[in-house]
Structure formats: C-alpha cells, structure tokens
Design a protein around this ligand. Structure first.
Ligand SMILES: [Zn+2]
Ligand SMILES: [Zn+2]
Length: 483
C-alpha cells in the first residue's frame, strides 16, 4: 500500500498486511527497531510481550511529524526574534560609541563590540540551520526526530535568551571599562593641574620670602636703626658703671653710719660680692641694704633701673650670640649651646625626607613671616657633629643646579635644595649631586641629605651612605626671636 500524501513511503507489514506507519514515542523503545516502528498490530503485540502497556504512545507517523514541525517553527520564531533584537542592539551600541568623546581608540572599541555581536549572531544562525522545518521520516532518523518531538521549547527559548543577556553584560562591561579609561585620563589631567598649582604656590612662597628679606634689609639701612645699634654698647657700659658706683656709695655710707649694721653687712657683703650676682639675689640683698638707710626711696628706684639694664644686657648678648652664627658652618658643638632655639625637626637619618616634610618644616619656620636664624645639620647624642646656620630664606630656597650651590647673601656659605636629589650646604660653590653631594670627598664641612624616596643617602663631612651615617639625627633649629 502506498499513500502519496505522506512524505515518506509506506510499506505493508508482511505479517498483518497493515501499513507500517506507526511509531512508539517512548524514548526507551526507540533503541529496539520492532518496538519503535511498524504496523499498529505488531507494535501492540510486541509491547504486550514485554509488558509495556503505554499504547497511547503508539501514534501515526504524520501526527509525529506534525508535532515536530510545529516545534521547529516555534524555535525558528524565537531565533528570528533574537536575531532581529541583536541586530538592532548592535547598531544602537555602535552608533552610541561614535557619539562619545574620542578619548580612546574608537575603532578598536568598535571592532571589539562588532566581534562580540557577530559571534552571537553566528551562533543564532547556526541554531536556525539545525532546524528541520519540513521533516521526513526514515527509520535511521528515528532517534533524532524523537529528540525534536520531545524537545522543551520553552526551556530552549530560555537558554538561548540567556546567552543574549550574557552578551549584553559583556558589552556593558566593555563600555564601562572604556569609561573608566576615560576617567583615568581625566584624573591624570587633574593631577597635572594640581602639580602646577603646587609649583605656583612655591613660587609665591619664594616671592614672599624675598620680600621678607628685602624688608629686613630696608630696616637695617634706616639711619635711625643704625644709630640705635651704635649707641647700644656705650649706653650699657655707662649704666653698668653707674650701677657699680651706686652700690659702692651705699655700702660706704652704711659703714660710716651704723657700726652694728656694718658687722652684719660685712658678712653678707663678703658672701655675696665674691660670687656673681644673679638678679634675684641682688634684688634681695639690695633691698636688705636699702631698708637700713634713710635713702630708701631713691635707691629703690636706682635698683629697678639697674635691674632693667642687666636684663637688656643679657638679652642683647643672646642676640649677638645668635647673629654671629649667620652663614657659619660649625663642627662638634654642644646641643646646650642651642637651647635658646626652637627645635623644628629632630629625626633619625633613617627617616625619609619627603616634599611633605619640607612643606611642614617651612610652615613651622615661617609661621610668623619672620626670617629666622636657622641651623641645620647632624646630631649624634649631645654632639652637633656638623651644623650650618643661616637665615631661613637662605636655607630653604629651592635651587635647580646639581653642580652649583647658591651663595648666601650673608657670608661665605653655599646652600642648595634640589628637590629631586638632596639639600645641604658647602663651604664653596662647587657641588656634585649624583644624589647627595659627591664633591671633594675628604671635605669635613659638607653636609648633604637625600630627599628622593628610594635614595636615602646622607653625607656628614667625609662620611657617606646610609648605614654608615645612621647614628645621626637630622636636626633643624630656629631662633625664637626675630633678629
Ligand atoms: Zn513503546
Ligand atoms: Zn506488523
């Protein structure tokens, strides 16, 4: 028997003469030929023999193929929709990236995205190619067709759509990275601007220092100040003599007037006059004398004047002591000699000296805008092994030349502060900053301190390196008074 309508040729069963146009759609039956295909009677008989009573699964081949055809169409529709979606997404994304600012290589990004979309589209197309829209039945194809017949289209749709979502994720990530790259470029520009700002501020600071220096010079040059300076010493000298005479006169007067008092006084006198008076002792003793004289008021006044003079004298001596330090390189001085100074910095040589350190020190020194006397150098316990002193504007001025130090305006002393290398002082103009100063290796009067983060080299006189010099502290002192 032959039915031309069916898309396959139908044989007649040699046993029952019925058309062999039935299949069992049970998966387990598919592997055994006479259990999966044949005429209805034979299939029923076979299934009864093996006690498989799922007769509802024995169906006509046209119904079998029709079901497969329907599912194929559903799959095809799903794939078509995904291809259209993907195509329009591709166009949209590629259009968007060309509208963005051209910070990175757009073509490269374009290529990358295009490749992603193309791979996915090819995958969808491949799936489409596997679909048999007009299936034929043949016994060899049975297993394959059975798989199509049982395929869960809903699940298939989910899986294939999921891979589309993953693609979108990848595209988003690439675009995000692209924006991060743009952001990084932006930040780099921002940092460059910050650096320029810092440079600008430094220049401003230098200018301010220069003005301070100028102001100081102007004050020095004013005729009135010159006269005051010149008169200071003689006036102090005269006042000292007066003080001496007044004490002498009072003692003499007392001796003559009161003999009993004199005995007491002689004792006190000898104790006290043999040692140097401190102001307080003098005040106490002096009050004792004057209380016993009739000239109490007059001498009290003199005593006060004298005391003030003594204060002035010691103060001016201090100032002079500090002034002689300007533009001086000193070796092996006691720390006590600098007890009138403020300690601005005192840290081990091991500690890194950064730009930040420099700025903090500057703030501490110049807080009141006075150009103080500053001493900088190496301390080992109580000994200042090597120290250089000058006005702060000289010490902290940034220089550029690695082979030439800047001469101090105040004397024969040379300073340098090359930011990427080192700072320090030298007794002459010549320096050689490979990092720290390597000029005249035997010179004991050269001090050099590395400022690069990875180059913690130091020089104290003829001592070099890091390990050899780690017993020292870097110290910076500043005078308390403005000169
Ligand atoms: Zn079966
Ligand atoms: Zn049969």
């Amino acid at each position: 028997m032959f039915e031309s309508k069916l898309p396959f040729s139908v044989n007649t069963c040699s046993i029952t003469s019925s058309p062999e146009k039935f299949v069992c759609i049970n998966i387990e039956c598919s592997e055994i030929k006479d259990q999966s295909f044949g005429c209805y009677e034979c299939l029923i008989k076979k299934h009864k023999q093996i006690d498989q009573l799922h007769f509802e699964k024995i169906i006509e081949i046209p119904a079998f193929l029709s079901q497969i055809k329907q599912k194929s169409k559903q799959k095809n529709d799903i794939l078509d929709k995904l291809i259209i979606d993907c195509d329009s997404k591709k166009k949209l994304v590629l259009q968007q990236i060309h509208e963005l600012e051209n910070f990175v290589n757009i073509d490269l990004l374009h290529q990358r995205l295009l490749q992603l979309f193309s791979t996915y589209l090819a995958k969808l197309q491949n799936e489409k190619d596997l679909i048999i829209l007009a299936p034929d039945y043949s016994n060899q194809q049975h297993l394959k067709l059975l798989k199509f017949y049982h395929e869960d289209i809903e699940q298939y749709g989910k899986v294939i759509t999921q891979s589309g979502i993953e693609l979108q994720g990848e595209v988003d990530e690439i675009l995000e990275n692209y924006q991060i790259v743009s952001l990084q470029k932006f930040n780099k520009l921002k940092n460059q601007i910050e650096a320029l700002k810092i440079q600008f501020n430094e220049q401003n600071q230098k200018f301010a220092q220069w003005e301070i220096q100028r102001e100081r010079e102007r004050q020095r040059e004013s005729p009135f100040m010159q006269i005051v300076e010149q008169l200071k010493l003689p006036v102090i000298f005269v006042l000292s003599i007066l003080l001496f005479l007044v004490i002498g006169h009072n003692l003499f007067y007392l001796n003559a007037q009161d003999f009993d008092s004199r005995l007491v006084l002689n004792q006190t006198q000898q104790e006290d006059l043999n040692i140097n008076y401190t102001n307080q002792e003098y005040q106490t003793n002096y009050t004792k004398y004057t209380n016993q004289t009739s000239q109490a008021n007059q001498t009290n006044q003199t005593s006060q004047t004298n005391q003030t003079n003594q204060d002035k004298q010691s103060k001016s001596q201090n100032t002079r002591n500090q002034q002689w330090l300007i533009s001086e390189i000193l070796e092996n001085r006691r720390v006590e000699e600098f007890q009138n100074f403020t300690i601005i910095y005192d840290q081990s040589f091991n500690k890194t000296f950064t730009q930040d350190t420099y700025e903090r020190i500057q703030k501490r020194v110049f807080w009141d805008k006075n150009d103080k006397l500053v001493c900088i150098g190496a301390r080992e316990n109580k000994n200042l092994r090597l120290i250089g002193c000058d006005l702060a504007s000289e010490v902290f001025s940034i220089t550029q030349d690695a082979y030439s130090a800047r001469k101090s305006q105040n004397g024969e002393m040379y300073w340098y502060w090359v930011q990427s290398k080192s700072f320090g002082f030298s007794p002459n103009k010549n320096i050689a900053l490979t990092n720290i100063d390597n000029e005249d290796l035997s010179s004991e009067l050269r001090f050099s301190f590395g400022t690069s983060k990875n180059l913690e080299e130091r020089r104290v006189g003829s001592q070099y390196g890091h390990k050899n010099t780690s017993q020292y502290n870097l110290v910076i002192y500043a005078s308390k008074d403005n000169n």
